[in-house]
Design a protein around this ligand. Structure first.
Ligand code: ADP
Ligand code: MG
Length: 404
C-alpha cells in the first residue's frame, strides 16, 4: 500500500517537473528576444535553467540537505536573472516574491529564514543596480513606484512567513499526534504479548530455580558445580524480575483500590528501602518533604513508581553522589515530587526515548521501569518531566493532583 502511494506521488512529481522543464524550454527558445543574440544574460538564463532542472530531477534520488539548499540558491539566481535580463517581461518579479516558498515545500526552517533574508538583500541590490546604472526607464514596473513596490515586496515576504509558520505548526502537531498513536499502539501490543509470554515462562523458571536451590543444599553435588549455582540463581532472579514487570504492565485496565496516601510516608519508606541499595556505591538519599501532602492513588503503584525513579537515580549516580527527593504542594492543587541526581545525565535524544519498551543503556537493565512509571502517572492524571544534561545529572519531576 505504502509503495503504491510513493510510486504515485513520484509519478506526479516527475509530471510536474517535466511540465516545468517544458515551460522553461519554451521560455528559452520561443520568441525570446535574446535567443541567438549572443547576450551574456541569455547564457546565464540557460545555465541556471539547466542547473535548476538537473537539481529537481535528481532530488527524489538524493534527498540531501545540500541539494535542497542548492535548489533554493539556483532558483534564486534563475529568477533574478529572468528579472534583470528581460525587463520587458514585467511579471518576472512575481517569481522573486515567491522564492522563499520553495523552502516551505522542504519544511526547512533555516533554509526558509536564509532565503527570506537573502531575498531582501538581493531585491535591494537589484533595485540599486537598476537605478545606479541609469536603466530606470527599462523597468517601469519597479521604478515607476519604487517605494510602493518595496512595501508590496516586504508584505509578500511577511505573508509567506505567515503561511510557513502556520503550516509548520500544524505539521509539528500532526507529528506529535502520530508519535502518540504509535506509542499507544506499542503499549497495547506489549501488554498483550507480556501476558502471554509471562505466563508461559514463569512456571518453568520457578521449577528450574527450585531445583537449583535444592542442589545448593545437596551433599552429593560436587563443590565446583555448587560454586556456579548462586550465579545461575541470580540470573533466574533477574529473568523473574523482567517477567513480573511485564506482568504488571499487562493489567493496566484493572482498577486498583485507591486511597488518600501521605506522600511523606510513602517517600520515606522508599528511601529507607533503597538506602542499602545506595550504600553499595556510597550514595546517600536525602529526603525533603513538606508535611500534609496527600494524593489519591493506589499505594502499591505509587511505591512502584517511586522505587523505579529513585533506583534509576542511584544507578546513574557516581560513587559518593547524593540523590535528593523533594515533595511539595504547588499551585492549582498539585503535588510535585522531584528526584534529583548528580549522575551521568542524558542527552535530548536519550530523553526522547525514555519509556520506550526495552530501551535501556544498562548491562542488566530491563528497559521497562519508566514505561511502567509512565503508565502509572497517566492513570492518575499526573505528569512526568525529565530535565537532564549529559554529565551533570538528572531531575525527574512528577506532578499529581493533590487531595485535601
Ligand atoms: P532500566 O533501568 O531497566 O534500564 P528504565 O526504563 O528504568 O530501564 O530506564 C531506561 C533508561 O533510561 C536507563 O537505562 C537509563 O539509560 C536512562 N535513565 C533513566 N533514569 C535516568 C537517570 N536518572 N539518569 C540517567 N539516565 C537515566
Ligand atoms: Mg530502571
Amino acid at each position: 500500500m505504502r509503495e503504491t502511494v510513493t510510486e504515485m506521488s513520484a509519478k506526479r512529481y516527475y509530471m510536474i517537473i517535466y511540465l516545468l522543464m517544458v515551460i522553461m524550454i519554451v521560455g528559452l527558445y520561443y520568441k525570446n528576444p535574446l535567443y541567438g543574440e549572443g547576450h551574456v544574460g541569455y547564457y546565464f538564463h540557460l545555465l541556471f535553467a539547466g542547473l535548476f532542472s538537473a537539481c529537481i530531477l535528481i532530488y527524489p534520488k538524493y534527498k540531501t540537505r545540500v541539494l535542497r539548499w542548492l535548489i533554493v540558491l539556483v532558483s534564486t539566481l534563475l529568477f533574478y536573472t529572468l528579472f534583470l535580463v528581460y525587463p520587458e517581461t514585467g511579471s518576472t518579479i512575481l517569481l522573486i516574491y515567491f522564492i522563499p516558498a520553495i523552502a516551505i515545500i522542504f519544511f526547512d526552517k533555516k533554509l526558509f529564514y536564509t532565503s527570506i533574508i537573502l531575498n531582501h538583500i538581493l531585491i535591494v541590490g537589484a533595485i540599486a543596480y537598476i537605478i545606479s546604472s541609469g536603466q530606470e526607464s527599462l523597468y517601469p514596473n519597479v521604478t515607476g513606484d519604487t517605494v510602493g513596490n518595496i512595501i508590496t515586496f516586504i508584505g509578500s515576504q511577511v505573508f509567506l512567513y505567515f503561511i510557513f509558520y502556520y503550516t509548520s505548526e500544524r505539521i509539528a502537531k500532526l507529528k506529535l499526534y502520530y508519535e502518540q498513536v504509535k506509542h499507544a499502539e506499542r503499549l497495547k501490543t506489549t501488554g498483550e504479548l507480556a501476558a502471554a509470554v509471562a505466563h508461559e515462562i514463569r512456571n518453568p523458571l520457578t521449577v528450574v530455580k527450585g531445583y537449583l536451590q535444592l542442589y545448593e543444599q545437596d551433599e552429593s553435588v560436587n563443590n565446583t558445580m555448587k560454586k556456579s549455582l548462586p550465579m545461575l540463581i541470580e540470573e533466574l532472579d533477574s529473568a523473574e524480575q523482567v517477567i513480573s514487570q511485564l506482568l504488571s504492565l499487562s493489567q493496566p485496565a484493572k482498577k486498583l483500590i485507591t486511597e488518600n496516601v501521605d506522600i511523606q510516608k510513602a517517600i520515606n519508606s522508599v528511601a529507607e528501602l533503597l538506602q542499602s541499595y545506595g550504600i553499595l556505591n556510597d550514595n546517600k538519599i536525602e529526603v525533603v518533604v513538606e508535611a500534609d501532602s496527600f494524593i489519591e492513588i493506589n499505594k502499591m503503584e505509587l511505591h512502584q513508581l517511586l522505587v523505579n525513579i529513585v533506583k534509576n537515580a542511584i544507578e546513574a549516580s557516581n560513587v559518593g553522589g547524593t540523590i535528593t527527593v523533594t515533595a511539595k504542594k504547588i499551585k492549582d492543587n498539585m503535588v510535585e515530587i522531584k528526584v534529583t541526581d548528580q549522575g551521568i545525565g542524558m542527552s535530548e535524544e536519550q530523553i526522547a526515548l525514555l519509556g520506550t519498551p526495552f530501551y535501556s543503556l544498562k548491562a542488566k537493565g530491563t528497559g521497562l521501569g519508566l514505561m511502567i512509571c509512565n503508565n502509572i502517572v497517566e492513570k492518575y492524571n499526573g505528569s512526568i518531566v525529565y530535565k537532564s544534561s549529559k554529565g551533570n545529572g538528572t531531575t525527574v519531576a512528577i506532578c499529581f493532583p493533590s487531595k485535601k
